[in-house]
Design a protein around this ligand. Sequence first.
Ligand SMILES: Nc1ncnc2c1ncn2[C@@H]1O[C@H](COP(=O)(O)OP(=O)(O)OP(=O)(O)O)[C@@H](O)[C@H]1O
Length: 268
Amino acid sequence: MVQPENEKRPEAPAPEEKKAVFATESLNLWYGDTHALTDINMEQKENEVTAIIGPSGCGKSTYIKTLNRMVEMNPEVKVSGKIFYRGDNIYDRRFPVEELRTRVGMVFQKPNPFPKTVFENVAYGPKIHGIRDKKILAEIVENSLKGAAIWEEVKDRLNENAFGLSGGQQQRLCIARCLAIEPDVILMDEPTSALDPKSTLKVEELVRELKTKYSIMIVTHNMQQAARISDRTAFFLNGEVVEFDHTDKIFSNPEDERTEGYITGRFG
Ligand SMILES: Nc1ncnc2c1ncn2[C@@H]1O[C@H](COP(=O)(O)OP(=O)(O)OP(=O)(O)O)[C@@H](O)[C@H]1O
């Protein structure tokens, strides 16, 4: 049978050939005169967790904030180089930044729910995107809370203020809020640093589950965490990527002695 033109079957990628969600090329960034990122080149694969580790002030947060162009909210910032998101350069003047921010969600260090009910926190994004139907909103809220592994804990508290939840619950609520806008990538900036060990483990478990549907980038100071949950790890130092490789390689047999020094606790 003759196949119509548009029915060609794409070849399934081999496991080692996962698609790149982000490809960063020769990225440099300055805050005024401070050169915060120097010649960053790296590629993040889809459906993987990429961890960014390194000592305080090495540029981890700055780097992930370049990926949704949030860093430019600071007028002092100057950026050169390219970052391709699924093949398009997000620093091209014509790139639609608002759309980027709906595809690339972000979860911050401190849980930052809105001063609204649990339900409204999650429904907020979809409402902004024009969804008004109450039944659809209720479905989105339930699915997002389930996706963030917090539904069972809050299903009877949907109309309570989110500030009444524990810190760990608030962080998972913020993850649910992020899922509600159906992102493709989730950026997480030290998402467990304000949480107790039990809540931390819950969020770590969640991250491992979420990577089946999303691509995740996580900044962490906790090296055990990076080793537990990530597929690849980038070690940043003084605004540069010293080493970027599979996580087990970085933690068992790093190429660079500075990486080894950091992961064995000799500095940082
Ligand atoms: N708003 C800003 N204005 C000026 N300089 C900044 C600003 N934000 C960060 N920097 C500088 O850029 C560099 C990188 O900072 P960044 O916050 O990205 O590091 P980090 O690795 O995430 O640190 P930490 O682990 O402490 O959060 C540092 O030298 C920092 O002082």
